[in-house]
Design a protein around this ligand. Structure first.
Ligand SMILES: NC(=O)c1ccc[n+]([C@@H]2O[C@H](COP(=O)([O-])OP(=O)(O)OC[C@H]3O[C@@H](n4cnc5c(N)ncnc54)[C@H](OP(=O)(O)O)[C@@H]3O)[C@@H](O)[C@H]2O)c1
Length: 284
């Protein structure tokens, strides 16, 4: 039996690997990464660290050999991921994996304008078609992505957002990692399930402004803006246009009620409450 984590040197992958090694015999743990040297600390703990690059399909059969349960962490170049994800799924299935858990997004439907949706929807479909058992870990937007926003709002006294009156339940990477490991270590009960991995509480833009003021101890005014003004503001702060459009697409998705899920999945899977957004901000 081999429990496999792909992308194990990323921020989520590294934490998932750490939690898995705390809870399971390292000799069953296989960590895949493009950069095995970066995981020498995990190799020293007994994990089998192997090179895998989804863009290099020839690297994948040996990487996935012996895999039984796989955490497939979505890669990071939006719009160019489906081919690599599909190659990884094919290699995991060829190795005989019985379950592949994939990090997706809540509500990856055509109605959802978040720019990452098409990649996730196509990968979920590839998993449904793969013949292997699958679990969709539909991770909400990371709480950690609110940190620079929080710091900017606290410094300037204004929080501009294009999410209107929409709300979203941001989730910490820690909770995403813990939930993923719970699925890896679980049994057949997770096959065919799609879990929305969210925080316990959703926040509108106005509520975020209040939270940013409360945590920083400084006044923060809520400033709802439209998409064009939001993108222009990001670009004025040096964010390249494609990234600004991507970020704005999440605000639009929240505004349109497409990312408003609040679930108990973190509690149900890990046995503990999600980390509060307030605590993530305070720690930063
Ligand atoms: N929910 C959210 O708010 C949110 C925000 C940002 C991103 N995400 C998604 O969640 C994923 C994990 O988040 P993160 O914070 O850990 O991101 P990250 O630190 O940027 O990590 C990027 C991940 O992509 C993997 N990767 C990139 N190219 C690859 C390739 N050719 N073959 C195999 N793996 C490849 C990396 O693996 P190695 O470096 O180990 O090879 C690493 O695990 C991201 O990649 C992205 O799909 C979600």
């Amino acid at each position: 039996m081999s429990l496999v984590i792909t992308g194990a040197s990323g921020q989520l992958g590294r934490r998932a690997a750490d939690l898995l090694l705390e809870q399971h015999d390292p000799s069953d743990v296989v960590l895949l990464t493009r950069n095995p040297d970066g995981l020498a600390d995990f190799a020293a703990r007994g994990a089998d660290v192997r090179r895998a690059d989804f863009g290099d399909p020839a690297s994948l059969p040996a990487a996935f050999a012996g895999a039984t349960r796989v955490l497939l962490i979505s890669t990071d170049v939006v719009g160019e991921r489906v081919e690599g994800h599909s190659a990884a799924i094919d290699a995991a299935v060829a190795a005989g994996a019985s379950l592949i858990a994939y990090t997706s997004i809540p509500n990856p439907a055509p109605s959802n304008p978040a720019a990452v949706v098409p990649d996730h929807a196509a990968t979920e479909q590839a998993l449904r078609d793969s013949g292997a058992g699958w679990t969709f870990l539909r991770n909400a937007l990371y709480s950690e992505y609110r940190i620079p926003e929080f710091q900017g709002a606290a410094a300037s006294g204004t929080f501009a957002y294009n999410s209107g009156d929409g709300a979203s339940a941001y989730v910490s990477r820690e909770d995403c990692a813990a939930a993923a490991v719970a699925v890896l270590l679980g049994g057949d009960e997770h096959a065919g399930k799609a879990y929305d991995i969210t925080g316990a509480e959703s926040f509108t833009g106005a509520q975020l402004a209040e939270l940013y003021a409360s945590v920083s101890g400084r006044p923060v005014a809520a400033a709802p803006v439209d998409d064009a003004a939001f993108v222009a503001g990001l670009e004025a702060h040096g964010i390249p246009a494609p990234a600004a459009q991507l970020i704005a697409s999440f605000g639009r998705a929240i505004r349109e009620g497409q990312l408003n899920q609040v679930s108990t999945a973190v509690q149900d899977l890990t046995g503990r409450a999600p980390v509060a957004l307030r605590d993530v901000l305070a720690a930063a």
